[in-house]
Design a protein around this ligand. Sequence first.
Ligand SMILES: CC[C@H](C(=O)O)C(=O)SCCNC(=O)CCNC(=O)[C@H](O)C(C)(C)COP(=O)(O)OP(=O)(O)OC[C@H]1O[C@@H](n2cnc3c(N)ncnc32)[C@H](O)[C@@H]1OP(=O)(O)O
Ligand SMILES: [Co+2]
Length: 140
Amino acid sequence: MSEFKIGPLNHVGVAVPSIEEAANTYRELYGAIDITEPGEMEAQGVRFCFVNLPNSQIELIEPFGENSPIVNFLKKNPKGGQHHVCFEVDDIHEAKKVMEERGATVLNEPRIGAHGTLIIFVHPKNSNGVLIELMEAPKH
Ligand SMILES: CC[C@H](C(=O)O)C(=O)SCCNC(=O)CCNC(=O)[C@H](O)C(C)(C)COP(=O)(O)OP(=O)(O)OC[C@H]1O[C@@H](n2cnc3c(N)ncnc32)[C@H](O)[C@@H]1OP(=O)(O)O
Ligand SMILES: [Co+2]
């Protein structure tokens, strides 16, 4: 078995109808004070913001543009829901290669995600119904 292994949990993705309303929930109900301004990634079809926590983040995402990959999800979960879990990896190209060698369905070629590093997604069917995002760890 190769040396490859997933690293730290980077964020939990939560798909919502409105990131502003969801951010207010984390602010008013849970006392979150460190919430980023919204960003947009047309290529990924999402608007997003991050609830920064001491050891991880909640990534709030809502559809952006016509072909957003989360439109279907929100049709099935109109109030929103836990959408994906993101782990950091050292090398996204190695990660993709190993995932495919191990029989997983990688959903995209590595592309830039909200943290500015390359990401891939592994189909939920490979992980007990959980959509997994692998993100190349930021180089410090
Ligand atoms: C700004 C980037 C940001 C970042 O962190 O950098 C992001 O995270 S962007 C997040 C949004 N982007 C993506 O989700 C891209 C990857 N997703 C996909 O390719 C699709 O959403 C996919 C393939 C997971 C589902 O596609 P679609 O919804 O069109 O297919 P189905 O509705 O037919 O679903 C197939 C099957 O999968 C189950 N499903 C769908 N979405 C999820 C989910 N988020 N978590 C768990 N399971 C999911 C769905 O229920 C179907 O199951 P089945 O048993 O076959 O009915
Ligand atoms: Co994400």
